[in-house]
Ligand binder design. Structure first.
Ligand code: ADP
Ligand code: MG
Ligand code: MG
Length: 255
């Protein structure tokens, strides 16, 4: 069973020719079967955490460790991380004009599985996964994310999740830009995927809304580049009532 361990992680970016520390000592362990919600105000470094774990070149790990089943993730290329079982659904998915969804997914599956899925079974697999997410079959022939609505992009991410079968899934603001119906469909996709009990989920969110659909086992409050409090689902209820003011010392928009 997979375990992701993040130990005293410090991460910087270079902005305006100066190095700026964004993560200041993150400690977090996620095991298969667990869902951890990371909640925090805008600008607290939540996306930076997901990018750093996924290996985005802009984010430099200055100290600390990230281990997947004891293996040093920070030594791996982005492809190797995906093959090792890490999955990142990005807050701002990129558009890839001229590459159809079905080709993109097959390439991604080939990279993760180490061999190309057989075409006939692959087509069937994609069709089934799409229908469970209420995705129109015509979607498979469209260019990746080009002209997709917010809801379509999120469904596409969860489609990837189901097809790539990662051990650890990092979902960054999966709820942003979704209406209630789309949120329900996307959440059901995540829930059916995690029902196996074999995946660990890091669910990053600013708002508590998605946690009504995807129930976390643990909630962590993220502020100023680190986890400042951890608890169970009741912590999310508390944040919904009180906002992040206790952690930031300033008034914030409602959670
Ligand atoms: P969150 O996801 O919690 O809103 P982010 O991780 O996106 O927070 O950002 C945390 C802080 O780091 C912000 O002050 C943001 O401006 C800064 N930051 C993030 N990425 C970059 C980058 N590539 N270049 C410069 N600053 C960045
Ligand atoms: Mg942000
Ligand atoms: Mg973010």
């Amino acid at each position: 069973m997979a375990t992701l361990e993040i130990k005293d992680l410090h991460v910087s970016v270079v902005a305006d020719e100066a190095e700026k520390e964004i993560l200041s000592g993150v400690n977090l362990t996620i095991k298969a079967g667990e869902t951890h919600a990371i909640m925090g105000p805008n600008g607290s470094g939540k996306s930076t955490l997901s990018y750093a774990v996924a290996g985005h070149p802009k984010y430099t790990v200055t100290s600390g460790e990230v281990l997947l089943d004891g293996e040093n993730v920070l030594d791996m290329s982005v492809d190797e991380r995906a093959r090792a079982g890490l999955f990142l659904a990005m807050q701002y998915p990129v558009e890839v004009p001229g590459v159809s969804m079905s080709n993109f997914l097959r390439t991604a599956a080939t990279a993760v599985r180490g061999e190309a899925p057989k075409l006939r079974t692959w087509v069937k697999e994609v069709k089934e996964a799409m229908s469970s997410l209420d995705i129109d079959p015509a979607f498979a022939e469209r260019s990746v994310n080009e002209g997709f609505s917010g809801g379509e992009k999120k469904r596409h991410e969860i489609l990837q999740l189901g097809l790539l079968q990662p051990k650890i899934a990092i979902l960054d603001e999966t709820d942003s830009g979704l209406d209630v119906d789309a949120l329900r469909v996307v959440s059901e996709g995540v829930n059916s995927y995690r029902a196996s009990g074999e995946v660990g989920v890091m669910l990053i969110t600013h708002y508590t809304r998605i946690l009504k659909y995807i129930k976390p086992d643990f909630v962590h409050v993220f502020a100023g580049g680190r986890i400042v409090e951890s608890g169970g689902p009741e912590l999310a209820d508390q944040l919904e009532n009180e906002g992040y003011v206790r952690f930031t010392g300033k008034r914030e928009e409602a959670v």
